[in-house]
Design a protein. Structure first.
Length: 407
């Protein structure tokens, strides 16, 4: 278990604020509500003061002490929320203040105030580093037991276990929050590294594609310029070569751009998960797809099919659930990779006539050597797209191999 891995004041940018200090009034109010709920355990001291069993000076002092205790506790929780506990002197001073108030109020006003030690234990578990929390929590429980025995409290021993368990539970919650923050940071770093790697790959590809062609164009342009006054025929041949090299470079760049713009099935699966979740549709999607034996054109056709199907589910079907399956099958025409998208919505297009999107998908799949099937399912609409596999298993292989299923 790592100890306080985040630097002081560390923040993770993003829409989720788990483990971070509030940065807006709305976040502060939301977190305040969550913290104030747990102040319900102060009902025993409040009931003790409201019962009128103490003198007027003692009651006033009790209310003042309780208000000071709550103020210090809330300040401590808010200041250490989502921040590494590296300001040990300031944190220690606030925890010692809580402990002193709990001891004084319990000794002077009675056993009903022993519940304050629970908040001291929580403060030790959330504000101190782990190495300090591991001994301050039992110490707090020990002090509470001594104070309770001194005041003749019969339930002091039973409260010891509660104080220890709650304190150590808060250390676990804090570590869970920190792990979540670290995971969010790691995912952001991975995304950034992936973007950087894609930029480097694009730079390498453009250099390989255009470096030689542009150098050759420059060389021939200079050569044609020198030949032009005295040898116009030879200069014309150089210009013709320049034209040919330029056309070939343009073809190479277009092919490269087409490859970059080609949708990938893994990316479309991730996008489908986000789109369906945002639309309130329960999604069942496969894991990372196995595309062994699938051509780039076939993968692109399946990716377009998934995008079109999910778009129809989100916009038109009114479905509550959508299931995506990716299965390898052995057919009479050979092995294929089959993508099926089924929902429980209102069904297909009006009158059973496929729209422009489905017509375009059928043409795209046909160009890749595949096929498209659409029709009503038991409770909604089902789209099945198939593309051939190259180098797949022969007819003697298994009839069906589930690559991944969200069922």
């Amino acid at each position: 278990m790592t100890e306080d891995p985040l630097p002081e004041g560390a923040r993770i940018e993003g829409p989720v604020r788990t483990g971070e200090s509030p940065r807006t009034l709305r976040e502060a109010l939301r977190k305040s509500v969550w913290i104030v709920i747990w102040l319900v355990f102060l009902s025993s001291p409040i009931h003790d003061l409201a019962a009128g069993d103490h003198s007027t000076p003692a009651t006033v002092a009790g209310w003042a002490g309780l208000a000071a205790f709550v103020a210090v506790y809330l300040t401590l929780v808010f200041r250490t929320m989502g921040v590494a506990a590296s300001r040990l002197p300031a944190v220690s001073l606030m925890v010692l203040t809580l402990l002193a108030l709990a001891v004084v109020l319990s000794l002077t006003l009675g056993p009903a105030w022993l519940g304050l030690f629970v908040y001291v234990s929580v403060a030790c578990g959330t504000a101190f580093p782990l190495r300090v929390s591991y001994w301050t929590i039992p110490l707090t429980a020990g002090v509470m037991m001594l104070v309770g025995l001194h005041g003749g409290a019969e339930d002091a021993r039973s409260l010891v276990l509660l104080v220890v368990l709650i304190g150590f539970a808060m250390t676990g919650v804090r570590q869970l929050v920190r792990t979540t923050v670290e995971l969010r940071r790691a995912r952001a770093t991975v995304a950034q590294l992936a973007a950087n790697e894609e930029r480097l790959r694009l730079a390498r590809d453009l250099h390989d594609l255009l470096g030689h062609s542009l150098s050759l164009i420059t060389l021939k342009s200079e050569l044609a310029g020198r030949m032009l006054p005295d040898h116009p025929e030879r200069a014309a041949r150089q210009v013709a070569d320049i034209e040919q090299v330029s056309r070939q470079a343009l073809v190479d760049v277009r092919a490269a751009v087409t490859g970059y713009r080609r949708p990938r099935l893994a990316g479309e699966l991730a996008g489908a998960q986000v789109a369906l979740t945002a639309a309130g549709v329960a999604a069942g999607l496969p894991a990372e797809p196995d595309l062994h034996g699938v051509s780039d054109e076939g993968e692109s056709a399946l990716a377009w099919s998934l995008r079109e199907a999910v778009t129809n589910v989100v916009r038109h079907s009114g479905a509550r659930r959508c299931t995506v399956e990716l299965v390898r099958r052995q057919t009479l025409d050979g092995p294929v990779l089959e993508l099926s998208v089924e929902d429980d919505g209102s069904g297909g297009s009006a009158g059973g006539v496929p729209g422009n999107g489905l017509t375009g998908l059928a043409e795209r799949l046909e160009k890749a050597g595949g096929s498209l099937e659409t029709g009503g399912a038991r409770r909604g609409f089902r789209l099945v797209a198939r593309v051939p596999l190259t180098g797949g298993r022969g007819p003697g292989g298994a009839a069906e191999d589930a690559v991944g299923s969200g069922a």
